[in-house]
Design a protein around this ligand. Structure first.
Ligand SMILES: [Zn+2]
Length: 395
């Protein structure tokens, strides 16, 4: 359970006898790989960061750029337009909208700068076409519906800018719904009346409804209302790691019945149960931004605190096998058709043996070692998610 792998070679020695490392590489390269949760826009907002240049995970604190996506055989990622939850006021909503529009612009500018390397994708056909051309497909998702504020017309605005999923809330409640981790508890008892309109508008346009971070009650409200299958863009199983932000077995079964997909997340403390002291330290950091308008200074302080907590509790860090334990669990509760990958790279994701986007082949190797077939892994690495995206317009 706690075996940790050094990158690539040592762990490949555990492969079934009939598979050699070159076989893993060939299999990995043959499939379209897609990740629904990349926090690359956090880095794009830092002055001087160039997503077209190669970075070093340790030195630069970056886990994603186009060269390393290519190295790792990562074909498609949803870049998340993320806003932390600030005040639920007209001013707060206006600031969140400004922040979100700026991130859409930064993504578009990065793509314009590297037209032969990467391209915006909004449909499954785009992803396959861009992959065939040997380029990186960049989808856009929105983590936290806070920038929608209380203005329904903004859902269309973000759709027109390329947004193909919205995570209804983040760490705290917003105008749309209750979050799983708001320290003040529920505000709307699930989805608000406005939130119901937002979900219906997303169904009409073809934006996937993402229930990661939402309270359990919000989840069930969304499932009862949505006319299209829903996703959890980056969520794990609560049975294996007890945390409100992870999903219960009943929720996972329900998403399977709904035709949706749970995209497994690489954040260590959502994979492997941390000690009480570790969790308390992480909770404090997680909530530091809530209800506040953040400044770059404050962000830097929070990131430094987060790094020092990670260092102090390094022995509790999850590994590749923990990721596959969550995948196994979801497959057992549903089937191979309802699980995928949402790494959270650049947003806290990363485990022993999988430190950045250039190392994702290690996960394919671990899945093969655990008995998954190439066909299964193709579904996990994006096939399932693209099916749901093709059905995002509700009937
Ligand atoms: Zn998140």
């Amino acid at each position: 359970m706690t075996r940790s792998f050094a990158p690539l070679l040592p762990f490949l020695s555990f492969l079934p006898l009939w598979l050699s490392p070159p076989d893993v590489h060939r299999i990995h390269q043959r499939m379209l790989t897609l990740d629904t949760h990349a926090d690359a826009p956090i880095m794009l907002q830092k002055s001087g960061f160039d997503v077209g240049a190669r970075h070093d995970t340790k030195r630069d604190g970056s886990q994603i750029d186009f060269p390393r996506m290519k190295d790792g055989g990562m074909d498609a990622m949803f870049f998340a337009v993320y806003t932390s939850q600030g005040p639920r006021t007209a001013t707060g909503h206006a600031e969140a909208k400004r922040n979100a529009l700026n991130q859409f612009d930064l993504i578009q500018r990065s793509l314009k700068k590297y037209p032969t390397v990467a391209e915006l994708a909004t449909t499954p056909a785009d992803a396959y076409r861009i992959e065939k051309a040997g380029k990186r497909a960049v989808f856009i998702g929105m983590e936290n519906g806070y920038p929608v504020g209380e203005d329904l017309s903004l859902v269309q605005t973000y759709f027109d800018l390329g947004c193909r999923y919205i995570t209804l809330s983040h760490f705290a409640n917003n105008a749309i719904c209750d979050s799983s981790t708001d320290p003040d508890g529920p505000l709307h008892n699930g989805l608000s009346a406005f939130g119901r309109q937002v979900v219906q508008e997303m169904n009409r346009l073809g934006i996937m409804v993402d229930i990661s971070h939402n309270s359990d009650k919000t989840f069930y409200d969304v499932l009862a209302l949505s006319k299209a299958p829903v996703i959890a863009s980056h969520s794990n199983a609560r049975a294996l790691c007890d945390f409100p932000r992870n999903m219960t077995d009943d929720m996972i079964r329900a998403i399977g019945k709904n035709g949706g997909v749970v995209q497994v997340n690489f954040v260590s403390d959502y994979l492997r149960q941390p000690s009480e002291a570790h969790r308390a330290a992480k909770t404090k950091i997680r909530m530091a931004r809530v209800g506040k308008v953040t400044t770059p200074d404050m962000e830097a302080r929070i990131m430094a605190q987060s790094d020092s907590v990670s260092t102090a509790y390094a022995s509790e860090r999850a590994s590749l096998s923990d990721i596959v334990n969550h995948i196994d669990h979801i497959v057992k509760l549903t089937s191979i058709d309802h699980v995928g990958i949402g790494s959270d790279f650049d947003g806290g994701g990363g485990v022993n043996g999988l430190e950045d986007v250039s190392q994702i082949e290690n996960l394919t190797g671990e899945l093969l070692r655990r008995g998954y077939s190439e066909k299964d892994i193709t579904k996990i690495w994006g096939g399932n998610l693209l099916r749901v995206l093709s059905q995002a317009k509700g009937k």
